[in-house]
Design a binder for this molecule. Sequence first.
Ligand code: ADP
Length: 256
Amino acid sequence: MASILTVQGVVKQFGAFRALDGVDVVVERGKVTLIIGPNGSGKTTLVNVITGVYKPEAGKIYYAKKEEKPIDITGWPPHKIFEAGIVRTFQIPQIFQKLTVLENLLAVARGQRGEGVISALFKNWVREEEQLAKKAFQILKAVRLVDKWDMPAYLLSAGEMKLLELARALMAGADLIILDEPIAGVPIDQAHEVFKIVRNINQQHGITFMVIEHRIDIAFKYVDYVYAMASGRVIAKGLPDEVANDPKVKEVYIGG
Ligand code: ADP
């Protein structure tokens, strides 16, 4: 199995404090990889380094789009990483509350194209809009929001808002989606639904996922591989069962 993302020896400091202290993570293409770790262990910093928000002081990040060879994306600006196909979601969904579900998806496509005025001058504009709407509806089907396409986003449940964010990442043409706590604040039945849909999109559409999540009791059922972090380092990695039974992981989670 080829890797889509390789994080090698990454160090990120805030002043003298090392939030990431030589982190190695490999995300396999076509898999769902989970990153766990207690608060402050460096998970969000890792996402920020991968997505270009922070530049690491040391280490490398390689990304292999589709079947292409890995390229060094270390220090690339966020928009370039986004355009390359790595799209993240946030703990607090970054959706347009007042727009409808469908409009939230069309806004991604327009923002991405970034030349609405120019394309409006061309005859094929309507066709292009139709195609975008078609794509949006396919995505809404995949995340099971199609019945709510005309609903303003603020009326969605917590779980549905997370799914709308996932839909926006798909609309952006993501190859690798990084989900930052996709079930934080989501009731348990909806939380399972979110993970089932992630799994489905992963298997049906071949999208690779890297997921940061705290609620490991739920998340472990739906992922292929797990990395456990503590104090800016990877302390364990392996299949969900292996990591769940790792003494180092048990220690940081339940204090030994
Ligand atoms: P996690 O996502 O696992 O909870 P974070 O990556 O948010 O952990 O934080 C890791 C450590 O880095 C924490 O001790 C946090 O206080 C520190 N940290 C994160 N961002 C900053 C920042 N911008 N400036 C200073 N310290 C930071």
